[in-house]
Design a protein around this ligand. Sequence first.
Ligand code: ASP
Ligand code: MG
Length: 409
Amino acid sequence: MALYVYKFGGTSVGTVEKIQKVAAKIKRARDKGHQIVVVVSAMSGETNRLVELAQHMQLHPNEREMDVLLSTGEQVTIALLSMALEALECEARSYTGGQIKILTDDSHTKARILKIDKERLHSDLLEGKVAVVAGFQGVTNEGAITTLGRGGSDTTAVALAAALEADECHIYTDVNGVYTTDPRVEPNAQKLDKITFEEMLEMASLGSKVLQIRAVEFAGKYNVALRVLSSFEAGNGTLITYDEESNMEQPLISGIAFNRDEAKITVAGVPDRPGIASKILSPIADNNIEVDMIIQNIALEGNNANFTFTVHRNDYDNALAILENMREALGAKEIKGSNKIVKVSIIGVGMRSHAGVAKKMFTALANENINIELISTSEIKISVLVHEKYLELAVRTLHSTFELDKIKT
Ligand code: ASP
Ligand code: MG
């Protein structure tokens, strides 16, 4: 007998029939004698629909009210799923975040979980009941409803698994695991049986949408055994794990991530003197624009430098305008940029112990005449910025260069 936390995403509970299928799956696990806590998202599309409604009311909707609104999506699914379970004679009880007491801070729309009351859930489990918990929501000390940021149900599930010391946390979704890259871009993408927390965290941060970043961080920190599986297909999915050493032959690269939401800005011909980077980036940061890759190069003649950095595409126009306004104060010759670029990254703990991975990557891209505009690296990843027209070609080229179509995990 084991204790499992199962999380079902929006597409898995998107219709009445799907909710009934989910209920049957939960009942089968319960009938084997397992203790089950279920976390659900809102039915697919529902949270977006609610966001849109709010936008009719206020340009920047009040965040406290936004949370009251957004939390309703999950409240619908917990009730429907509990009914579906009861209809199968599987005793169940639904809980909102406030009822369990998933205590969070008061940063509305992006709250952090502080503490979880497990008494309620434990007593249900002991009575053989399935506890059905609303994902994505919590409550402040003062009793205000909060939400955890988009995709936050993953974090609810992992946090519950940590608090309850569950044997495993299963994230059921519309794909049957974590893939070497997005199969829509590279049809030869392979499902990974295992991936390390570190790699999964990079994948999530670099654009893979399978799991919410915070959920992976949380799972890594509390050592929650996390598995991504399909809601409706059989299979063991992908286990996200710590044991890097026990994998005798760690592949060089485990996956390729990409992000289409990139834009780059270059401040050209600025005087190369102390403080210039901070002068350029301070107004950007003051406007809450996040900067990702940064590169500064010095022109060989004269004493001028070019300073380039990337931002989210949504922030591109704003960032460009801010710097254009400051151009003279910065002493810059020109501010230019492009929002037609994408970031492609290779990720793998295996590259830690191998030299030459970067060379292999750059050579492969060069052979396809793909110009690299910016590079950034860490111990387990290499990211390049390329024109968006090369996205598919770059991903497929790297996928075959690193033999990910033949990966065995
Ligand atoms: N329903 C929320 C969203 O769409 C939370 C989640 O699905 O995890 O972001
Ligand atoms: Mg989700």
